[in-house]
Design a protein around this ligand. Structure first.
Ligand SMILES: [Cu+2]
Length: 277
C-alpha cells in the first residue's frame, strides 16, 4: 500500500489495530482438548479448531459427569439454551444439534472421545441427573465454546476395530468384544438422537438389574457402575470413544428420552448385555 504514510491511511490502520486489541484473544486448541469437570462446572479451552477433535474429560468432582457437545443453530444463543433448560429441565430444546462427547466418567477418572466438530457456536453441557433428578446443566454445568475454521486439524477418523450401531431402539455390535483397549465407533442409524453408556456389571448381574438398581446421583450400585461411552449424537452421525475392556459382563444403555413420549430409550429396549472375553 503506497499511501501508508498519508493521514487517511494511518487513520484506517489505527482503527484496525484498536479493533484487534478489543477483540477477545482466543487460544485455539489444535490438538487434543481437555476439559475438567467439577460439581458443577467445566473448565477448558474456549475455542477449538474444527475437524475430528480428540476430547478428554477429567472428572475432579464427586458425581458422574459427561460432556455433551451441542452445536447451536443459526439464530440461537447459549442464553436461549439456558432459558429453555430453566423453564423445563426435563427436556432439551428441540433445536439442539447433538455432537457427542465422552460419557459417564466416574470421579477421579478420565475418558477420551473423538468427535467431528464443524465451525460454529457450541455449548458443552452435562445432562447427568443429580440425586434430585435435576440434570447438572440446570445447576450451571454449561460452557460456551467456539469451533473455528481454518486450523490445521484433519477430519480423519481414528483407527477403530469395533462398531456399535444404534437404531430405534436397539444396539448392534460389529463383532465380539475382546479384553483390552479399543477405539469404538458409534454410528447412529436411527431417526432419533442416541447415546451409549457402558456399564461394568457385577458378576451375574444384567443391564436390566443395573437399571432396576439405578438411582440418580448414585454412581455405583450392587449391580454395576457406568464406565464410559459416547454422549448423544444426531441421526446419521458417528463418533468414537476409547475403552479399556476387562474380561466380564458389560451393559450398553441409552438413557436419552423418546422425542414424543419422553420415556428413556432403554424402556423401549435400547439396552444390551455383552460378555467380554
Ligand atoms: Cu437412544
Amino acid at each position: 500500500m503506497n499511501g501508508v504514510s498519508s493521514p487517511p491511511a494511518r487513520c484506517v490502520l489505527s482503527i484496525a489495530f484498536v479493533a484487534v486489541l478489543s477483540h477477545p484473544v482466543w487460544a485455539v486448541a489444535q490438538d487434543e482438548v481437555t476439559y475438567v469437570a467439577r460439581d458443577f462446572t467445566f473448565t477448558g479451552p474456549d475455542a477449538i479448531a474444527a475437524g475430528m477433535v480428540p476430547v478428554r474429560l477429567r472428572n475432579e468432582g464427586r458425581d458422574l459427569h459427561q460432556i455433551q457437545f451441542i452445536r447451536l443453530p443459526t439464530g440461537k444463543t447459549a442464553a436461549d439454551f439456558t432459558a429453555q433448560i430453566n423453564a423445563d429441565p426435563s427436556r432439551m430444546p428441540s433445536w439442539v444439534q447433538r455432537r457427542g462427547g465422552p460419557n459417564s466418567v466416574a470421579p477421579g477418572e478420565q475418558a477420551l472421545a473423538f468427535i467431528g466438530l464443524e465451525p460454529g457456536d457450541y455449548v458443552l453441557i452435562c445432562g447427568i441427573p443429580d440425586s434430585q433428578g435435576m440434570p447438572h446443566v440446570a445447576r450451571g454445568m454449561l460452557k460456551s465454546v467456539k469451533v473455528l475454521a481454518g486450523g490445521a486439524r484433519s477430519n480423519s477418523p481414528p483407527a477403530t476395530d469395533l462398531t456399535i450401531t444404534a437404531v430405534d431402539f436397539r444396539f448392534e455390535l460389529s463383532g465380539p468384544i475382546t479384553a483390552g483397549s479399543h477405539i469404538v465407533r458409534v454410528v447412529n442409524n436411527g431417526s432419533q438422537p442416541h447415546e451409549v453408556v457402558v456399564v461394568r456389571l457385577s458378576p451375574d448381574a444384567s443391564a436390566d438389574d443395573f437399571l432396576n438398581a439405578f438411582r440418580p446421583g448414585v454412581a455405583v450400585s450392587p449391580a454395576g457402575h457406568p464406565v464410559g461411552g459416547l454422549v448423544g449424537i444426531d441421526p446419521g452421525r458417528d463418533g468414537f470413544f476409547r475403552m479399556n475392556f476387562a474380561v466380564g459382563n458389560y451393559g450398553l444403555i441409552c438413557f436419552l428420552p423418546d422425542i414424543t413420549r419422553g420415556a428413556p430409550h432403554f424402556t423401549r429396549g435400547m439396552m444390551m448385555d455383552i460378555s467380554v472375553r
